[in-house]
Design a protein around this ligand. Structure first.
Ligand SMILES: *Cc1c(COP(=O)(O)O)cnc(C)c1O
Length: 405
């Protein structure tokens, strides 16, 4: 028993890095140019092409990209930015770093993405931007969000950390909002270890972000170490150190060549999960919505119906004991101490987000995952869920869906 468990260890994530990425890094290391240069420029061009955006600015993380995008929209102290509580810390903290107030709007009923109706209700004279998050790679209702933004003359910064490869109504994410920010963090669908990219159709916005990403230096500073460069530079804006190195960009360029194949593999694994988990009572599986292409960054299942309290947490422990790595995306921001202390949010404020959070489990999903491993995960889940499916709450008993905060 113990041995078979050891053999069957399935990690939650493994990066898809091969000999080509290693060779590309070696080439950069030997080239004499390690920081932002021709590889970063080429990476920007190729991501712009993939996402059908006019301009792309490479940055060292999605977090710094979100910060720059908000600054480029002029977001600052006294402003409000509407976003979802159902996201990673980066989405909220970058709003706070600009000096603006994060205003949360709950997710759609039964879903993970921000509800446009709740956005509309949260818009005030102070609202400067909307930051939707395409959870797991499933696009938000962008036609409604863009309509709201246009009618109120506010910007849209898409947190597309999960959404490289996502399409919405015939357009790739990256060419829809005012600005779109991608992540190339180690676990994301396309990785440079750490990295990010901001896309936009505005040249002046792209230029400003590029300048801010390197200490606010004048444009010529980018070439100051090359043959035609000069020692002169000027600090034009209060900047940051957010640029992406050529070492990382070289990894990204190789990943781009493999990207369609990696996405195809994710789709194949998702089909296997769909089949392997079909028909389990009260188990809710993720779906690709009509008119969209899901990037399948995450495969999040949810426990629905009448289930024992804590069943989600117990199931995570059981999967762990069986050697299967799982995760939870995400603990909603308003349930964290910082947001409660700084902005007076609290449990109960966004009931849909809390409901999704309490029922969600992210299963392993990455290109090197094997179909037999998916089958194994499905059979363990099926066994565990059948064992608890007979559970019925005692008549008259009320279960308080208590948050653990
Ligand atoms: C990963 C992630 C980020 C941050 O990406 P980094 O590149 O690590 O800064 C932002 N938003 C969401 C929703 C994420 O999952």
């Amino acid at each position: 028993m113990a041995d078979s468990r050891l053999k069957r260890r399935i990690p939650y994530h493994l990066p898809s890095i091969g000999a080509d990425e290693v060779a590309a890094v070696k080439e950069v290391l030997r080239s004499g140019w390690l920081t932002t240069g021709s590889k970063a420029a080429q990476f920007e061009k190729e991501v712009a092409a993939l996402t059908m955006a006019k301009y792309a600015v490479a940055v060292n993380s999605c977090t710094s990209g979100l910060h720059l995008a908000l600054l480029a929209l002029g977001v600052g102290p006294g402003d409000e930015v509407i976003t979802t509580p159902y996201t990673f810390s980066a989405t909220g903290e970058t709003i706070v770093h600009t000096g603006a107030r994060p205003v949360f709007a709950d997710v759609e009923r039964g879903g993970f993405n921000i509800d446009p109706g709740k956005i509309a209700a949260a818009i005030t004279a102070k609202t400067k931007a909307i930051v939707p998050v395409h959870m797991a790679g499933d696009p938000c209702n962008m036609s409604e969000i863009m309509r709201l933004a246009r009618s109120h003359r506010i910007g849209v910064v898409e947190d597309a950390a999960h959404a490289i490869g996502t399409w919405y109504e015939g357009r790739p994410v990256g060419s829809i909002g005012t600005l779109t920010v991608f992540s190339f963090y180690a676990t994301k669908n396309l990785t440079t270890g750490e990295g990010g990219m901001v896309t936009t159709d505005s040249e002046t916005t792209a230029d400003l972000m590029r300048q801010l990403s390197l200490h606010g230096l004048s444009r010529d500073a980018w070439t100051r170490y090359s043959a035609k460069g000069s020692w002169r530079y000027e600090i034009c804006e209060l900047g940051y150190k957010y640029n992406l190195s050529d070492i990382q960009a070289a990894i990204g360029l190789v990943q781009l060549r493999k990207f369609e194949a990696m996405q195809e593999r994710r789709r194949r694994l998702v089909e296997a999960y769909h089949e392997g988990l079909a028909g389990i009572p009260d188990l809710i599986l993720p779906e690709e919505r009509p008119g969209t292409r899901h990037a399948w960054h995450l495969y999040i299942i949810r426990l629905g119906g009448e289930r024992p309290p804590n069943q989600r947490d117990d199931l995570i422990e059981e999967l762990k004991d069986a050697g299967i790595g799982v995760s939870v995306h995400f603990i909603p921001l308003h349930l964290h101490r910082y947001y409660q202390q700084a902005f007076s949010y609290g449990p109960g404020d966004f009931p849909e987000a809390e409901r999704q959070y309490r029922s969600a489990i992210s299963l392993p999903l990455y290109p090197t995952l094997k179909l037999e491993e998916v089958a194994h995960i499905c059979s363990i889940l099926r066994r565990q869920l059948h064992r608890t499916a007979r559970y019925r709450p005692k008549r008259g008993m009320v279960y308080h869906d208590q948050a653990h905060f």
